[in-house]
Write a protein that binds this ligand. Structure first.
Ligand code: FAD
Length: 399
């Protein structure tokens, strides 16, 4: 059985795994490249099996207390008029806006605090610089020049995982661009959204959205655009802000205010919309979880559920199977069917999320209206909103 684990990445998957392992007596160290828990992101959905994991960890009530009060999602025109509405209650809390939506930063804070309470150690501003086999362990070199030996290394370092690159090879082998980019940042709410997550589509594949934050007067905004892969510096937010200004020049609704907010937001974050597909997630004593292994992309709304479920299964297996290789094999077998289902994109994928023409935008709105109409709701629920539950979670002891 393993005694020590080093996890790279303190997003969502890393801290969940850290907590579950530490609860079972494993010595856990988490290294995170950022100087602290990353604050950014919009609301993430807690639904289906992911919500069950938080429940089994005893954290659901605390998550509920942090959740946002939301009416639902509305497609709006350039004046802000609602063209379609999908209420939270329309699909029993499992629609596009789920019953429990929590700010990504709040969830990360909650999970990191919980794992620390159970004994996990965090080293911020630190990353892995080298990995090499060392008998029944792995030797880990960190960029602060320290070296440690652990039984297992876990890459939970997101879709651009450096752990994956070190062990499995270059990003291009595993990362599939979906044809667009998305930026998230905090913005003033401005004119009240009345609890609605408002989404505006502009011809040319542009999407602007704004949803109420947890504090009065603040909102979480997003600007997305369809595009072929672009070359830009992922570590230069100013270059990314300039990119948004060029793309969204002349777009309507609240876009000018949102661009101005993006310029000053300290949680500004932009990334390509991608999925990660890998035939194997583990090699020797290194394995991957969350977006590093199977990013489904925000278009599916299931990234957090996958991170929670993957971490839960991995922790359960490596602390109950005496043979690590058997445990890693079982992690793959148990989690993969859920991953495959969760990675199915909504019909139309990026083209449907960010339509190019006015006609395509209108068709999307008409489709939403049909989906929420009473006669079609049960069918729409089965077709689009039942994936989060598509796994039977094994029972592991969670102390
Ligand atoms: C700032 C931010 C905002 C996001 N906002 C949204 C959102 O609004 N909506 C949505 O659906 N999804 C969002 N996501 C993605 C979402 O968090 C994930 O899809 C999902 O929760 C799975 O989490 P994860 O822990 O696998 O990956 P992530 O949440 O991406 O966490 C990965 C962590 O690894 C760290 N890291 C990266 N490289 C290294 C390295 N070399 N060494 C050590 N640490 C490293 C990152 O700083 C990050 O903290 C966001 C991700 C981030 C990082």
């Amino acid at each position: 059985m393993i005694d020590s684990v080093l996890i790279s990445g303190a997003g969502i998957a890393g801290p969940v795994l850290a907590s579950l392992l530490a609860r079972r007596g494993v010595h856990v160290t988490v290294v995170e490249i950022a100087d602290g828990v990353r604050p950014g992101g919009q609301a993430v959905d807690l639904r289906g099996a992911g919500r069950t994991v938080l429940d089994r960890m005893g954290l659901l009530d605390r998550a509920r207390a942090l959740s946002l009060q939301q009416e639902g999602i509305a497609e709006v025109d350039s004046t802000g008029r609602h063209l379609s509405e999908m209420r939270v209650s329309d699909f029993g809390g499992e629609g596009i806006v789920s019953e429990i939506e929590i700010l990504r930063g709040d969830l990360a804070d909650l999970l990191v605090a919980d794992s620390k309470d159970h004994g996990a150690e965090y080293r911020f501003g630190t990353r892995i610089s080298g990995l090499s086999p060392a008998g029944d362990q792995v030797q880990v070199e960190l960029d602060d020049r320290s070296v440690c030996l652990v039984d297992l290394v876990v890459g939970a370092d997101g879709p651009h995982s450096a752990t994956r690159k070190l062990v499995f090879g270059p990003e291009e082998q595993f990362v599939r661009p979906l044809g667009g980019y998305m930026a998230w940042f905090t913005a003033p709410e401005g004119e009240s959204l009345d609890g609605w997550y408002a989404m505006y589509n502009h011809p040319g594949g542009l999407v602007a959205s704004q949803r109420p934050g947890r504090e009065d007067g603040t909102a979480k905004a997003s600007l997305s655009f369809a595009s072929e892969p672009l070359v830009f510096d992922r570590h230069d937010p100013d270059e990314q802000r300039a990119l948004l200004r060029t793309r969204f020049a002349g777009a309507g609704w609240r876009t000018p205010e949102l661009l101005a907010a993006a310029d000053v937001a300290d949680d500004f974050y932009l990334d390509a919309l991608v999925q990660v597909h890998m035939a194997e997630w583990s090699r020797d004593r290194v394995t991957l979880i969350g977006d590093a292994a199977y990013c489904p992309s925000p278009l599916t709304g299931l990234g957090t559920s996958l991170a929670l479920v993957g971490a839960y299964i991995l922790a359960g297996e490596v602390t109950s199977q005496p043979d690590l290789q058997v445990a890693l094999q079982r992690y793959d077998e148990l989690a993969r069917p859920y991953v495959t289902t969760a990675q199915e994109l909504p019909p139309g994928g990026m083209r449907s999320f960010a339509p190019n023409s006015r006609l395509a935008i209108w068709l999307r709105i008409a489709t939403t209206r049909l989906m929420v109409s009473r006669p079609l709701r049960p069918l729409a629920r089965r077709m689009f909103f039942s994936k989060a539950e598509a796994v039977t979670l094994p029972e592991y002891t969670v102390d």
